[in-house]
Ligand binder design. Structure first.
Ligand code: SF4
Length: 263
């Protein structure tokens, strides 16, 4: 049985050639990490650290949170980290992270919601035989015991924000909510995104019928992936960040500065 993830499905939909290089040929990527990915990792780590302490009844200060972020950034930073938009110095990304932490901390302090898990690994079983399984990680899981409501929180460090309509159709957190419903006797689940670059929070929900449709749609997509024999390239603006670009003539020729993408 092959275990899928939301990103694996998305890569297939985005570019079949990249999917083949990454998951079938298992080619070692040329780029280990982009600066955008590094920023996302360090901000996630810092927010996780704030909540790990909170779950142990320790309320860290904003200064301590920023110090944690700075020290984590400096400890792991290397010149191997790829800056695609070369006009941007690394400090620009570092400073963005500081701003994200300050804004999030100020807005959510003293972090009173009932966080029960951080970076929680979940398995989503899509069929009764367990043939179709996805795995993923929930940034933060909250449980309001009195009302038996779960919240799946996700931090976005990217420079674009989705509309409510897009979020109401978003697949990743909806899939995680299937796992929560499977494991906790079908409670209400709220999907919550924190768009840190905009200091905005967005909420969505799914009906059981919508989740059932999603389940069928994903099974269909997995069947399509497993029966695919042709993996053509699909050059887009995202090629600039593709870790397999050096293996791909189509993608190497794609130069667009139209989008400033970071995840
Ligand atoms: S460079 Fe672009 S076209 Fe080539 S594999 Fe990567 S995403 Fe696909």
């Amino acid at each position: 049985m092959v275990i899928y993830s939301h990103s694996k499905l998305s890569i297939f939909e985005q570019c079949k050639k990249k999917y083949k290089l990454k998951y079938i040929d298992k080619i070692p990527p040329e780029i280990e990490q982009t600066i955008e990915g590094y920023l996302g990792e360090k901000v996630h780590e810092t927010l996780e650290w704030i909540y790990i302490n909170r779950m142990q009844d320790i309320l860290v200060s904003l200064d301590e949170a920023i110090e944690y972020y700075i020290s984590s950034w400096n400890k792991d930073y290397s010149n191997e980290i790829k800056i695609v938009n070369i006009e941007n110095p690394p400090e620009l990304y570092f400073n963005k992270g500081v701003k994200f932490i300050i804004d999030y901390f100020t807005k959510h302090h003293p972090f009173l919601d009932n966080t029960i898990a951080l970076e929680k690994k979940v398995y989503v079983t899509l069929d009764s035989e367990g043939k179709y399984v996805l795995q993923g990680y929930i940034d933060r899981l909250v449980h309001d015991k009195e009302r038996n409501i779960f919240e799946v929180h996700d931090y976005k460090t990217g420079g674009s924000m989705k509309s409510q309509e897009e979020l109401d159709k978003d697949r990743q957190l909806a899939l995680y909510s299937i796992a929560i419903k499977q494991n906790h006797n079908n409670p209400e689940v709220r999907l919550i995104w924190h768009f840190l670059d905009f200091n905005e929070k967005r909420v969505s929900k799914r009906t059981d019928e919508e989740l059932e449709n999603l389940r069928k749609e994903i099974i269909e997509l997995i069947n399509k992936i497993e029966s695919t024999i042709d993996f053509p390239a699909n050059p887009t603006c995202l090629c600039k960040w593709c870790e397999f670009r050096g293996y791909c003539i189509e993608g190497m020729g794609f130069e667009s500065n139209k989008y400033d993408y970071y995840s």
